[in-house]
Every structure is written in structure tokens, then in C-alpha cells.
Design a protein around this ligand. Sequence first.
Ligand SMILES: [Zn+2]
Length: 277
Amino acid sequence: MIFKINARTKLMKCTICGKMAVIVRRYEGRALCRKHFFDSVDRTVRKTIRMEKMIPRGSHVAVGIYGDGDSALLLYQLCKLGKKRDDLKISAIVVDEGIRGYSKEVMVFAKKIAGLAGVALYPGSYKDVFGMTLGEFLRKSKGRGVDTYGVCQSLRCVAFCKKAGEIGADRVALPVNVDDVVQEIVSGYFCDGGDVDIAIEQFAQKKMPVVRMIKPLSKVLGKETGLYAKLKGLSVMPVECPYASGSVGLKIGGVLDELDERHPGVKFNILKGCERL
Ligand SMILES: [Zn+2]
């Protein structure tokens, strides 16, 4: 997604300091300049990490890189934290899903952003972990109401945990924002993981190392992670996953975007509603 600061926003002044605003947060009823927008997102990320006790002392965090997520921003945020905390070790991991014309691009992208961040990158693949590529997995579960995108997300989580265990990491950080979390919650009512879910579960029970998955960006909206990355000049992937366009989960994401545009705060409300359950 390309983020543009529209003309109306440019005319607005920051509610805190009066400088030119880069974002209007209708759900909060305030506008923020570049500096106060960065400060606010940084604070939210730090608070999420602290409140959910995501990164205790001495952790080795493997940052999962994938093309359609906020990987560069997550890596940026964690490296920033790593500069303040010398007890932390940060690495990057990436898995080749075996998608023609896409997975190789993700590998190149991962190399680039890990290099820029100055962290080691450890690549793996679905073939190594599961013995088959994403396409082979999907062919096995064809016609069962399975959502391609959702399946890939589940497989990726397992593959990331496996890779993290191999390199001695005890945390896998995933580039997941509010939109992704809400989309996953709502999609759960519409899609069935079918045999793939069962296969993953069985695999996970047998071979999974003890690695905790953490989502430091999970309280930041997708349009704000996108704007942050754009304003900081962080890299984004040039190619979209070919499975994304037919995904039920992403269509639901589109509906949620529309709802949130008309009724600001809807995504946060779904999130809060689920946390209360
Ligand atoms: Zn300001």
C-alpha cells in the first residue's frame, strides 16, 4: 500500500505543538506533526512490549521478515531497543515459501533490510521444514474453504519458530499490526484451516522448539505503520504475494478498512472486545 499525506491533513496543525500535521487521528480527535507522530508510535510499541512482558532480560529475538508485512519497521524498532539494552540479541529470519516469482524477491528484500539494520539473517524454507512448498500444501487442501493467505500465515509462524529454535533464539517477533490482528479474528468466523490446520498442529506438537511469538506492533494501525515507514524512508517490498488477491482474509480486511474509515475506532473496538472475552 502506498501512503500519501493528503492536502487536508497538510492544512491541519499538530494538536500538541501547532506544527504542520502529517496525520489526523480521527479516533482520538487530534492531529500530529512528524515528531509527535513518531513519539506516539514509539511509545505505543514500547508500552506493548512492556505491558505484555514480551522481551525479558537476556532475550534473543529473531525478527521474522516477510514481504507483505511491516518487517522493516519492526526490525527498526527492535534494533532501536537493542541500542538501549545491551542484554538483547537481535537476529533476522526469513523463510522461502517456494512461491514462483515472489519468494526469491522476499529473500532479496530480507537481505537488504537485515544488512541495513546490521543484524545477521538466517534463511530457511517450507521445503526444509514441512517437506513441501506452499503450492503443494494448497493443492492438498483444494476446495475445502481454506484461505490461501491464512494458510501461508500459519505455516510461516511454524517455520519461523523452527528456524528461531535452530539459531538459539527464544522469541520470534512478527510484523503484525492492529489490522492484521483484527482481520485474523474476523476471518476465523469465515474460513476453515481444514487439513492444513490439523497438519500444522500435529507438526507443532512433535517438533516445535519452545519459542514465544511476540507482536510488538500489534497496537498500531496498519495505516500508521505504513506512514511511519514511509516518513522514515524504510524499505517496502516491490512485489505482492500472488496468493494475496484471492484471499478471503484480505477481502475481509478491505471491508474492515472501509468500516474504520467511516466509523473511526472500529478496529480498536474489535480488538478490545476480543481482549475482554
Ligand atoms: Zn507536534
